[in-house]
Write a protein that binds this ligand. Structure first.
Ligand code: ADP
Ligand code: MG
Length: 257
């Protein structure tokens, strides 16, 4: 059936510089509802920057970003460009939950408190309702029994699953993952991969930066290969991994194999 919903995220011709260094040189990205987009590329190619620009953690100097069809309002131009509407920024950021490589759990809060924190303090949701939802998502990622533990008492894989539960508890429109398995030992990596695969099967909209080509091949509807701030090649995983067109992508894939 034709999907008439606007994409959750659409980025057009995005340019981003840090001072003199141009890190994104005109990048497009579309994440339709229910789709998974994987971002691959060498270290320094701009993957994290693109993800951070998408949820407005970073500013960009040129190009457009749409959230569910709604354009981000900007004020000023070029290096002086900023989002014009703080309420819009907050609304979009809380609807695009990030999961980071280093989990970023609050060490002084229990796992349950970590998961409940943003819905209660940012979204001002009812505490009892949030607790119920938090316990549901902790069960879902397989650590319901760790609700009262401290982050330091959990393995890396369990901490990352708690971070995913925390992102889910915001009930976002999309999840953005930045190398979610890179800090984990191989045996712990798989428990996080399984959770991400389950989320993809459920039809969650996700953008996943990953060095794990198998994960990208398994879950992505669309793969984008970034090289030095530009899209060098993109397409469905079968094409990108099975029949790469550019020498750069072929080299990248043989180096990561
Ligand atoms: P990736 O995630 O693909 O490894 P990044 O988006 O982190 O790449 O970085 C892209 C480029 O931007 C790199 O050259 C990096 O050094 C530079 N960069 C990233 N963050 C900053 C920053 N806060 N200030 C200056 N340069 C940065
Ligand atoms: Mg990165």
């Amino acid at each position: 059936m034709l999907d008439t919903n606007p994409p959750v995220i659409e980025i057009r011709d995005l340019h981003k510089s840090y001072g003199e260094l141009e890190v994104l040189k005109g990048v497009d990205l579309v994440a339709p509802r229910g789709h998974v987009v994987a971002l691959i590329g060498s270290s320094g190619s701009g993957k994290s920057t693109l993800l951070r620009c998408a949820n407005l953690l970073e500013e960009s100097q040129r190009g457009e970003i749409f959230f569910e069809g709604e354009p981000i309002q900007w004020r000023g131009e070029g290096a002086g460009r900023h989002p014009a509407d703080r309420a819009q920024v907050t609304r979009i950021r809380t609807n695009l939950s990030m999961v980071f490589q280093q989990f970023n759990l609050w060490a002084h809060m229990t796992i349950l408190e970590n998961v409940m924190e943003a819905p209660v303090t940012v979204l001002k949701r009812d505490r009892a309702e949030v607790e119920e939802r938090a316990r549901h998502y902790l069960d879902k990622v397989g650590i319901g029994d760790k609700a009262d533990a401290w982050p330091a008492q959990l393995s890396g894989g369990q901490q990352q699953r708690a971070a995913i539960a925390r992102a889910l508890c915001m009930e976002p429109r999309a999840l953005l993952f930045d190398e979610p398995t890179s800090a984990l030992d191989p045996e712990l990596e798989q428990e996080v991969v399984k959770v991400i695969k389950d989320l993809a099967t459920e039809g969650r909209t996700m953008i996943i930066v990953t060095h794990d080509m198998r994960l990208a091949a398994d879950v992505a509807d669309h793969v984008i290969f970034l090289h030095l701030g530009k899209i060098e090649e993109e397409g469905p995983p079968e094409a990108v991994f099975g029949n790469p067109q550019t020498e750069r992508l072929r080299q990248f894939l043989s180096a990561t194999a």
